[in-house]
Ligand binder design. Structure first.
Ligand code: G6P
Length: 366
C-alpha cells in the first residue's frame, strides 16, 4: 500500500532506490572468497567442472550474459548462456563436466525449471542457482545456491533483483577463479574492497536522477530508441532496451556498437535517440568512432560516460557522467542509470509502471 511506498510514486522507483541496501545485504558477511559461499559441496564440484552453462529467462538471462564476460576473463572457464525456453527444445551436445547455473528472481519460472530438468536428463548433475527466493522450487532442485537478498520485488520490471544477481555472479566468478588458481590474494582483496564500496557507488548514480529526468522528457516523445554497448556492457544495453520496452512501450533495440554498420545504422535519423554506454574501458576509442558514425547521420546520442571518458556534450551529443569508473563491476552501475531512464520515460508517458500491459511478474506456466 501507500505506506510501504514512502516517498516513492511506484514500487519500481522504490526498488531502484533500494539497490544500495539490496547489494549491501547480498554481500553481507562475505569477508573472503571461498566456494563454501555456494554450499558445502561447492569446492568439490568447482574442481570437477571445466565449463559453465547458464540458463535463465528475461532480465535474469542478461545477468547471465554479463557473467559470461566475467567468468571467461577472470576465471578462464568457458561459458555459454542460453535462454531457458529455447535450450529445452533443441538438440544440444551435453558435457558431463558442466556446471549448470540457473538465474531466477522468483525461482519458479517454468521454462527455467524445465531447462534445469532437461540438463539433468542429459547427464549434467552439477547444478547451482542464483536466486532471490530461498524457499523456491529452484533452490530445492539445485545442489548449490547463492540467495540474493534483494527482498520482495513487486514491480514487474526487474531492477534490484538484477543487480543483486550480478553481485552473486561476480562472487561465483571469483570462487571459480580461486579454485583454478587465477585469483591472487591481492586481486581478492581489491575485488572485495570494490564490492564493499558498491552501495556508495550506486548511491552516486542514483543522485543523477535530475539529469536523467531531463532526458526522459525528450524520450517520452519518441517511438523508437537504440541502445549501444560494447563488451560486458552489451548485455547492459540489452537490459536498458528491455526496461524501456517493458514499461514505456517504446520500441527499443540493443546492439554491440561495432554491429551498427551491419544494419541498424540504416535506422538512424535525427528522430532516433541512441543511448550509448561509454565507460572508460579498453573499448572506449572504438566506441567513440561508432558514435561518430551515428552523429554523421544526424542521430541524437545520449551517452552515459564516466568522469574520465573524455566525451563532451555538443551538437547531437548529450552526456551524463557517472561519478567513478568502476572497472569490471561497471555494469552494475551503468544499468542503474538505464533503469532510471526507463522509469522516468514511462512516468512521463503515463503508463502503468508497476503493472505493464500483457506482462506478469513470474511466469509459472509455459
Ligand atoms: C518475467 C518477468 C521478468 C523476469 C523473467 C524471469 O518475464 O516479467 O522481469 O526477468 O520473468 O523471471 P525470473 O523470476 O526467473 O528471474
Amino acid at each position: 500500500g501507500a505506506a510501504e511506498l514512502g516517498p516513492y510514486r511506484h514500487y519500481m522507483q522504490k526498488e531502484i532506490f533500494e539497490q544500495p541496501r539490496a547489494i549491501g545485504d547480498t554481500l553481507e558477511g562475505v569477508t573472503g572468497i571461498m566456494p563454501e559461499l555456494f554450499g558445502d559441496d561447492a569446492h568439490k564440484i568447482f574442481k570437477q567442472i571445466d565449463r559453465v552453462l547458464i540458463l535463465a529467462c528475461g532480465t535474469s538471462s542478461y545477468a547471465g550474459m554479463t557473467a559470461k564476460y566475467w567468468i571467461e576473463s577472470i576465471a578462464k572457464v568457458p561459458v555459454s548462456v542460453e535462454v531457458a525456453s529455447e535450450y529445452r527444445y533443441r538438440d544440444s551436445v551435453p558435457h558431463p563436466n558442466t556446471l549448470i547455473v540457473t538465474i531466477s528472481q522468483s525461482g519458479e519460472t517454468a521454462d527455467t525449471l524445465a531447462a534445469l530438468k532437461h540438463a539433468r536428463s542429459l547427464g549434467m548433475h552439477h547444478t547451482l542457482t542464483i536466486c532471490n527466493v530461498a524457499t523456491s522450487a529452484m533452490v530445492r532442485e539445485c545442489a548449490l545456491a547463492y540467495i540474493t537478498r534483494a527482498g520482495v520485488e513487486v514491480g514487474v520490471a526487474s531492477t534490484k533483483a538484477f543487480t543483486t544477481q550480478l553481485a552473486g555472479l561476480f562472487l561465483l566468478t571469483l570462487c571459480l577463479a580461486q579454485v583454478n588458481g587465477h585469483l591472487s590474494e591481492e586481486d581478492e582483496a581489491a575485488h572485495l574492497k570494490a564490492m564493499r564500496h558498491l552501495p556508495v557507488a550506486i548511491a552516486s548514480v542514483l543522485a543523477l536522477e535530475p539529469q536523467i529526468i531531463a532526458w526522459s522528457e525528450e524520450f517520452a516523445r519518441k517511438e523508437n530508441a537504440l541502445f549501444l554497448g560494447r563488451g560486458m556492457h552489451y548485455p547492459i544495453a540489452l537490459e536498458g532496451a528491455l526496461k524501456l520496452k517493458e514499461i514505456s512501450y517504446i520500441h527499443a533495440e540493443a546492439y554491440p556498437a561495432g554491429e551498427l554498420k551491419h544494419g541498424p545504422l540504416a535506422l538512424v535519423t535525427n528522430e532516433m535517440p541512441v543511448v550509448t554506454i561509454a565507460p572508460n574501458d579498453a573499448l572506449i576509442e572504438k566506441l567513440k568512432s561508432n558514435m561518430q558514425e551515428v552523429r554523421a547521420r544526424g542521430g541524437q546520442l545520449y551517452v552515459f560516460a564516466d568522469v574520465d571518458s573524455h566525451i563532451s556534450s555538443g551538437e547531437g551529443l548529450h552526456v551524463i557522467r557517472l561519478p567513478e569508473h568502476y572497472g569490471v563491476l561497471s555494469p552494475i552501475l551503468h544499468v542503474v542509470a538505464l533503469q532510471l531512464l526507463a522509469y522516468h520515460t514511462a512516468l512521463a508517458r503515463g503508463t502503468d509502471v508497476d503493472k505493464p500491459r500483457n506482462l506478469a511478474k513470474s511466469v509459472t506456466v509455459e
